[in-house]
Write a protein that binds this ligand. Structure first.
Ligand code: SAM
Length: 312
């Protein structure tokens, strides 16, 4: 049974930032709401923390960054975590640049699912947004290989940016449908990005969602995923709309804790003033009970950031 916070939310997900390093410099990157560059946790340390989390009812882990595939030991991290008793699913979010070369080992390590960030299928736009040398074609080759190896589902993350890629949604829908991928259309969040970038590129995705609704034969509300809506299109294709609902409905469905790159529990994407440091405990060689106490404290202290519509 998972632990439940003071607002009735079961805590079943852990999102782990493995590194702040990245081979891209996406113009909109929110860095998972984290700050600075730090010494990273080792695979052993990550495993120890996650073992405790799993004992407390967490059964899904998502690895993120920076770029998680940049870590030379990523396969080891995935293997260690996916073999913990009680772990249901280890997934990762990646820019996909190193996917083709690493995916075979990742599949062997029992990686279940992937989110891959593809802001555009057009080379020029892709390079502009990501400030990288990679082309979308290289990413697609990795995605196709992942699919062949049985990693499923694979979701394509597309952060919608005004005047940059908001005219390319139809071609992304065609691409994801053809390759049996789930498309996530993500509204730009005002976290970790400058006011200038936000005001220049932010698009309210409601009008896009309205259009998609018309094409849909079914809609699934994903209550365990912040009430995210998944549209099943007539004639095939699945699209999720990811909105930074700035009200209680977003927070009320949040079942997630975060672990920062430097080993702190972060109860909320939006805050950095209530972190709990585990790394120091690990390095002082304290026993698991101390880690359990930290998780319990983090969960007890969880508060919805957008409190308007949530009641305990
Ligand atoms: N490097 C990996 C990647 O590119 O996916 C993992 C880290 S990245 C911070 C994780 C995801 O966050 C990206 O795929 C992107 O969809 C999303 N993201 C980053 N900045 C965002 C922002 N300002 N608003 C909305 N989503 C954002």
């Amino acid at each position: 049974m998972p632990l439940i916070d003071g607002y009735g939310r079961p805590i079943v997900n852990l999102r782990i930032t493995l590194t702040h390093k990245c081979n891209y410099k996406c113009i909109y990157c929110h860095m998972e709401g984290e700050e600075g560059t730090f010494e990273e946790l080792t695979p052993e340390e990550i495993e120890r923390i996650v073992r405790v989390a799993v004992k407390l009812g967490i059964n899904k882990v998502k690895l993120t960054g920076g770029e998680p595939l940049i870590r030379g030991d990523i396969e080891e991290v995935v293997r260690r975590l996916s073999h913990i008793n009680g772990m249901e699913e280890v997934s990762l979010t990646t820019n996909g640049s190193l996917l083709k070369e690493k995916v075979e080992e990742l599949a062997k390590a029992k990686l279940k699912r992937i989110n891959v960030n593809i802001p555009s299928l057009r080379e020029k736009v892709y390079k502009y947004v990501t400030n990288s040398e990679y082309s979308p074609q290289q990413i697609i080759e990795g995605v196709i290989e992942a699919k062949r190896l049985g990693i499923n589902p694979i979701k394509v993350n597309m952060v919608i940016l005004k005047g940059i890629n908001d005219d390319q949604i139809d071609e992304m829908i065609t691409f994801t449908k053809k390759n049996d991928l789930i498309l996530q259309l993500i509204e730009l969040e005002n976290v970790g990005v400058s006011e200038e970038i936000y005001s220049k590129y932010h698009v309210d995705v409601s009008s896009i969602e309205e259009k998609i609704k018309l094409e849909a034969e079914n809609v699934i509300v994903r209550r365990n995923m912040q009430n995210r809506r998944r549209y099943i299109l007539r004639g095939g294709g699945e699209i999720e709309i990811v909105r930074p609902y700035e009200d209680g409905s977003f927070c009320s469905a949040c079942t997630r804790l975060r672990l920062t790159a430097d080993g702190k529990i972060k109860p909320c994407l939006m805050r950095n003033d209530n972190l709990i440091n585990l790394k120091d405990l690990l390095r002082k060689k304290l026993d698991d009970y101390e880690l359990v106490k930290c998780f319990v404290k983090a969960i007890e202290g969880r508060e919805p950031y957008w409190k308007k519509k949530i009641t305990p």
